[in-house]
Design a protein around this ligand. Structure first.
Ligand SMILES: [Zn+2]
Length: 391
């Protein structure tokens, strides 16, 4: 057990309405009147209001966490609604932070919700995160994890981590005062070409609900100082097996941010650290993009070009370019060494992100003419072949 994270000089009183609302908490000896006042005094910032953020934000709002900050620059899209249940049909196209705040205040009008419709970066992170007691990760992307971890260590705050992929998830609490940090567990990021995101690999819609709810549970325990938080432990969940495992995580005395002699004392360039291309490199890559109409023209002219669709076979059942070969991404990584490096290649995926990553791999291997289909097969469906669905 650790001390409650929130220890204000005096706890706020509850109104009679709040007493009625939180009755089931007040009945619990581990919460009670003092715990509920502690929740009211607490502030939590949630970075990312997508799938994980939906569950985290709604449950923390309902639990009566007094101040909740939301950071996200994205808008609600139809493809979000399969799992991002804080949003709905009526808020399509709205900023996620605005859509989420509306739902949270409908659940509980006695709390305050601050919104930051911006992307969290090394430049704004300290200013945005500093006023809050606990930092929660709803983003599920690797550069942001290192950013949140380092900011949390530098600010001396707990960082509640969650990640999801397909049918599996992870949860932990990184709190350098009491245990290891994210860098103690993962000193180096994985190479970028081996990191699929939910937008690339898919995710079962209930999974962020499960993992986000576990993160919200850890936040509440930290605020109240009850139970055993997941400090120094990583929880692994597999929805297909319906199994939960816990592995121990040790603090690394040589950790560059939370170790005995830290070398990281300010925030870094996390995109560069994770091997993502710089703005200049991306501008150079844009010269090697081809639009769907231009590709249709090339094919009509029967130019000597290999069109390679790197999606999984089950995705080609949804939509495809008739002339394209199918070499799924992992098979491409295993086989490109033997390909002819002179033949022009156009790479295709769903939206053009994963194919851009594949193009980087091929260029680094000395391929001379590698184009990326801008906007992927979805752009092809919009601009060239409307008989194909977007997904
Ligand atoms: Zn560390």
């Amino acid at each position: 057990m650790i001390d409650p994270v929130v220890q204000p000089p005096s706890l706020p009183e509850l109104t009679p309405e709040e007493m009625r609302r939180y009755s089931r908490h007040l009945l619990l000896p581990q919460v009670g009147l003092e715990g509920q006042r502690r929740l009211k005094a607490a502030s939590v910032v949630i970075v990312g209001v997508g799938g994980l953020g939906s569950a985290i934000a709604m449950y923390l709002a309902a639990a009566g966490v007094g101040r909740i900050g939301l950071v996200d620059d994205d808008v609600v899209d139809e493809s979000n609604l399969q799992r991002q249940v804080i949003h709905g049909q009526s808020t399509l196209g709205e900023l996620k932070v605005i859509s989420a705040r509306q739902r949270m205040l409908d659940i509980n009008p006695y709390i305050t919700v601050d919104v930051y419709p911006t992307r969290l970066t090394s430049n704004n992170a300290m200013e945005i995160l500093r006023p809050y007691d606990i930092i929660v990760d709803g983003t599920d992307n690797i550069p942001t994890r290192y950013l949140l971890n380092d900011a949390a260590v530098l600010l001396g705050k707990p960082y509640v981590y969650g990640s999801i992929y397909r049918f599996e998830g992870q949860v932990s609490v990184f709190y350098a005062k009491e245990g290891p940090c994210y860098r103690c567990l993962f000193p180096e990021p994985p190479p970028p070409h081996l990191v699929p995101t939910c937008g690339q690999g898919g995710v079962i819609g209930v999974l962020p609900g499960t993992i986000g709810t576990l993160q919200a549970t850890e936040v509440i325990k930290l605020i109240l100082g009850i139970g055993q938080p997941l400090i120094g432990r990583l929880l692994l969940y597999d929805a297909l097996d319906m199994s939960f495992d816990i592995v121990r995580v040790r603090k690394n005395p040589k950790c560059p941010v939370c170790g005995e002699r830290p070398t990281i004392t300010t925030l870094q360039d996390y995109d560069a650290f994770c091997g993502l291309p710089s703005a200049e490199a991306r501008a150079e890559e844009a010269r090697w993009e081809i639009g769907p109409r231009e590709l249709a023209q090339w094919l009509a002219e029967e130019r000597p070009v290999r069109v390679i669709d790197i999606r999984e076979p089950h995705e080609l059942a949804i939509s495809r370019i008739p002339a394209a070969e199918n070499v799924p991404y992992n098979r491409l990584l295993a086989s490109y060494e033997s390909w002819d490096r002179e033949t022009p290649i156009v790479l295709v995926c769903r939206t053009g992100n994963r194919s851009a990553q594949a193009a980087r791999v091929l260029r680094e291997a000395g391929f001379q003419h590698v184009w990326n289909l801008r906007g992927g097969i979805n752009a092809w469906a919009r601009e060239v072949d409307p008989s194909q669905p977007e997904y």
